[in-house]
Design a protein around this ligand. Structure first.
Ligand SMILES: [Cu+2]
Length: 321
């Protein structure tokens, strides 16, 4: 696959969950639009899922011309346990809160054989996102692969009961990136949280704010700003090749948004940035979205959570990257 195609796939698939720091937003954007155009020409969810990360890149001109007309009909990644020829096998995990055990699973190929060779994305072979169905209890971790059996595992303890979605984001060797998901139930008393809109939060004494408006069918610029005691934090460190990663999920089905970083990638491991980190988020539909900003400061990775409402994009100028 050529380079432009590869980048296009990030736009269509992997970047849905993980901010890409290749400094190639100009390439990603039109390809993503093409992918959406391709999705809009299909009517069934299967077909649309199949397009996520799969040769969904047509000509940029095609994508731009058709884009915006049926934005509300498009689907996003991360809503199926099978996509792109790969299947997320059953997830083994502790069944109750507080039990220390292992979370493990395998990725299976089209013949049912476990996948043991991967192409790293954002410095990792596989990214694991675990989030409760109400958007609480978010984790973004990197399990270990047993290359002999294809089993991914990580020590695991649930902090709270409920119904969880596990997302595996990866690219099998020689294949396109996909995001697969399964549900895991955790026994115990469950008090669901009703996500209320929130554009400001505090984590470990740091104040983190998100600004920008989400508009359905458009690429919306979001800016994350980190402050400590009112002062801008300018020493954000690279984490997985970027100055921050934004995972965005749609409330209701926990589908992934398309999120791309804006601005330059870190110049090196010692590079620092801040207080602003910018992303372009592609919101498919109006409604509520859950956003999780992972960033590193003083050697520690933290997650700041937000809830934003997207407005209906009908009649608005579509897609300004
Ligand atoms: Cu990751």
């Amino acid at each position: 696959m050529n380079t432009a195609g590869r980048l296009g796939l990030y736009g269509a698939g992997l970047a849905a969950a993980f901010a890409v720091a290749f400094g190639a937003a100009g390439l990603v954007a039109p390809r993503e639009a093409a992918a959406q155009s391709a999705q809009q020409e299909h009517s069934t969810p299967q077909e649309e899922n199949g397009m996520n990360g799969h040769d969904a890149h047509g000509s940029a001109a095609q994508g731009e011309s058709a884009h915006g007309a049926h934005a509300a009909a498009e689907t996003t990644a991360g809503v199926s346990l099978a996509a792109g020829g790969y299947t997320l096998g059953p997830v083994s995990a502790p069944v109750a809160v507080g039990v220390q055990a292992t979370l493990s699973f395998r990725i299976l190929d089209g013949s049912g054989a476990p996948v043991t060779a991967y192409t790293p994305q954002h410095e990792k072979d596989l990214h694991l996102i675990v989030v409760r169905s109400d958007g609480a209890q978010f984790r973004h971790v990197h399990p270990t692969l047993d290359a002999g059996t294809g089993t991914w595992s990580i020590p695991w303890t649930w902090d709270a009961a409920g119904s969880y979605r596990v997302f595996a984001d990866f690219a099998a060797d020689g294949a396109d990136p996909v995001t697969l998901t399964r549900t895991v139930e955790v026994a115990g008393s469950f008090a669901p949280v009703v996500p209320a809109t929130s554009a400001r939060t505090s984590v470990d004494g740091l104040d983190v704010a998100i600004t920008g408006d989400l508009v359905a069918g458009s690429s919306s610029e979001l800016t994350l700003t980190v402050r400590r005691d009112g002062a801008p934090v300018t020493t954000l460190q690279p984490y997985l090749g970027a100055f921050g990663h934004l995972v965005a999920l749609r409330e209701g089905d926990l589908a992934y948004l398309h999120v791309h970083p804006e601005g330059a990638a870190p110049a090196g491991a010692d590079a620092t940035s801040g207080p602003d980190v910018r992303f372009a988020a592609h919101v498919p539909t109006a409604g509520r979205y859950l956003l999780y900003f992972d960033f590193q400061l003083d050697g520690t990775v933290r997650t700041a959570s937000f809830v934003l409402d997207a407005e209906d994009g009908a009649g608005k100028t579509p897609h300004q990257h």
